[in-house]
Design a protein around this ligand. Structure first.
Ligand SMILES: [Mg+2]
Length: 428
């Protein structure tokens, strides 16, 4: 195959146009001459001698395409509702238990009558109604604006630079962002992943097991493995390392050799203790060790990541892509798992995915299974999907998992639809 410089390529096209040397060209070269100019300017190609009838016909067909959709829908209203969704059983961690999910459900409605959904998880019921009120206040400032989620996100980021895009403000903005992206995908009658320029693909999913002791953790892990999950993540951080090891061994025995095992310390160790303790886990074949120390202690995590050969996983508690940038700069984590709410909604997630791609970092998610399954399809370094069913009671069509892999084909928007009866039942 010929390899040409740009100048050589231009010269060779000229040679071909005069007919000289035409037969000497390779098929690849021939295709380049026909297809590259066509891609750049199909109409101009018709005027040249380097075309074939098929090319002309295709070009004419292109001219029959419908005109571009120039009208940009406007955001007209929001519906904001607070619910408290009970857990089937409390989810225990080394840093406390989760017994219910206080959620703010956000609907963005456009002047074309399309609505998009977003979920904000406030962790504690005491933050539920203040967050809902905050979302209503912020939403009022974008009513009447074009349905352009990145524009809205950038405007909020500028507006709250002094207050800081963290905590409840960041969560409220993310809920609005998720709803706007969902509405935008539905406006274009497509799924979020296709709106982002990608296609649906299966992502390996793992199930979670709580801080429930070796016997109960192994029983739960076995149940999850029988459902086909590709991995099991278990909460550890018991008073002694031998208890941590006992849980890991019991789970490996219960699920066999194939599924991955991840462990999560939920930020419960100091860096020095983490190094000492994690050395005892280094030969267990764990896929990752999650948040051994405080989430915002990048240097502490970097120390642990240097000293331990098992990959370190962090990210669910980073506020926005700028936190992730700092974590990358500090080499705090081998893998990363941003939370779509804390990282800044769909807009923030895309920026995080770009950072991960640029640094070659495997990317997983935290909660929001329906939305995250699509976002991972649009992440070049997608790794694992965390499949949590906590919010299934209010979601009409929870994420499908088939043979341990996500299945997101045939979905409208971000895949989140409400079960209105359940919402009425759990209204706060
Ligand atoms: Mg975690």
């Amino acid at each position: 195959m010929d390899v040409l410089s740009p100048a050589g390529f231009v010269a060779s096209i000229r040679t071909c146009e005069t007919g000289a040397g035409w037969r000497k060209r390779s098929p690849v070269h021939h295709a380049l001459i026909h297809e590259l100019p066509f891609a750049l300017n199909p109409r101009a190609l018709i005027k040249t001698r380097a075309y074939k009838p098929d090319t002309v016909r295709d070009s004419l067909r292109m001219n029959e395409r419908p005109p571009a959709r120039h009208r940009l829908p406007k955001i007209t209203a929001f519906a904001v509702r607070a619910v408290r969704v009970p857990m089937k059983q409390p989810h225990r961690t080394a840093s406390g238990s989760v017994t219910e999910s206080p959620l703010v459900l956000v609907d963005a409605i456009t002047d074309e009558g399309i609505s998009g959904d977003g979920i904000v998880f406030t962790y504690t019921a005491s933050a539920l109604k203040p967050t809902a009120e905050l979302i209503r206040n912020l939403a009022a400032s974008v009513e009447g604006e074009p349905l352009a989620p990145r524009e809205v996100a950038d405007r909020f980021a500028a507006r709250f630079r002094l207050l800081g895009m963290k905590g409840l403000v960041s969560m409220a903005v993310a809920g609005i962002d998720m709803a706007l992206w969902d509405a935008l995908a539905r406006t274009h009658d497509t799924s979020l992943v296709r709106l982002l320029g990608y296609v649906e693909k299966p992502i390996p999913a793992y199930g979670a097991v709580g801080y429930d002791g070796a016997v109960d953790a192994a029983r739960c892990a076995e149940h999850r493995a029988k459902r086909g999950f590709k991995g099991i993540k278990v909460k550890i951080g018991y008073p002694t390392v031998s208890e941590d090891l006992a849980v890991v061994h019991a789970i490996r025995k219960a699920i066999g050799d194939d599924p991955a095992i991840m462990v999560d310390y939920n930020q419960s160790l100091t860096p020095a203790l983490a190094v000492q303790r994690l050395r005892a886990l280094d030969d267990e074949g764990l896929t990752w060790i999650e948040e051994p120390v405080r989430a915002d202690d990048y240097e502490g995590h970097a120390l642990v990541a240097r000293e331990i050969s098992t990959p370190i996983q962090c990210g669910e508690n980073w506020w926005g892509p700028h936190d992730m940038r700092q974590a990358i700069a500090a080499r705090a984590s081998d893998y990363m798992m941003p939370d779509v709410m804390k990282i800044g909604g769909v807009t923030g997630w895309q920026r995080a995915a770009a950072l991960a791609e640029a640094h070659g970092i495997p990317l997983s998610n935290h909660l929001w299974p329906e939305l995250s399954a699509q976002l991972l399809c649009a992440a070049p370094t997608a790794h694992y999907l965390e499949c949590a069913d906590w919010w299934n009671p209010v979601v009409a069509d929870p994420l499908r998992i088939e043979k341990g892999m996500t299945e997101v084909t045939g979905i409208a928007g971000s895949g989140v639809e409400w079960d209105e009866n359940a919402i009425a039942r759990f209204a706060a």
